[in-house]
Ligand binder design. Sequence first.
Ligand SMILES: Nc1ncnc2c1ncn2[C@@H]1O[C@H](COP(=O)(O)O)[C@@H](OP(=O)(O)O)[C@H]1O
Ligand SMILES: [Mg+2]
Length: 271
Amino acid sequence: MAGDEELLREMERLAVLASREILDVARRGIVTERKADASPVTEADRRAEKTILGGLRRAFPDIACVGEEEASAGVADTATGETFFLVDPLDGTKEFVCGRPDYTVNIALIRTAAPAIGVVVAPATGELYAARPGHAERARVAADGAVVERARLAVRPAVEPPLVVASRSHLSRETSAYIAACGAKETVSVGSSLKFCLLARGDADLYPRFSRTMQWDTAAGDAVLRAAGGRTVEVGGGDLAYGRRQAQGEEWANPWFIAMGGAVPMADTGR
Ligand SMILES: Nc1ncnc2c1ncn2[C@@H]1O[C@H](COP(=O)(O)O)[C@@H](OP(=O)(O)O)[C@H]1O
Ligand SMILES: [Mg+2]
């Protein structure tokens, strides 16, 4: 069985490769299509997922892989077991299509329902976040694809009032109500899993998400946050759990959750 460091380095290598393919598609012009659920998908999503899943299956043939595009097409691995990869090749597709930089490549390894290892890369800026249990770091992807300037990450103790991060494209009424209830002084709108990374870096305190997300949207960023000392909890429950669920069509959906950096008093969510 591969060790955590070996797993992480291969996940990182594949995320950087996928990131370069996404930039290549962006340079040639993005053509957007709609999936069955009307969400946008591009050649970049598909090419990046093919690269990542192909690479993971070659390097770690015994570990199941679940990727957003395969799952949407109904061909994802179904018998995942307790340890499996969760991949979102391009999170924040709306931002990508609009020419904004806050979109990411996400690769996570789930172990017994928790995100244990994760890599998040933002192709447009070259930001890279990587984590294994007890160790989270950020780095920069140089023009030649080399990963440079590695630095350890840790959450900050929460400040009062908290600095909140929220979805740029999918902010719900319930999330806004929660943000108002916790007396946030400032709310930063950001697309993609970068919201988890802002908490992990100690640049924000709370990320409440009371609207739909899928497990591949959150797994890698959540792994980075947990390794940096933060937590992600289900509304009214314990740590956000990963793995196939029973309800048909909802197998990979997350419940509403709150991600947090250093400990913060939680406002009443009204649920
Ligand atoms: N109405 C909607 N349209 C598209 N994606 C939605 C959506 N509601 C929720 N999502 C999910 O929200 C994710 C983006 O989160 P955020 O708003 O934090 O950037 C999307 O990931 P993808 O961009 O990978 O499809 C998708 O899974
Ligand atoms: Mg996504």
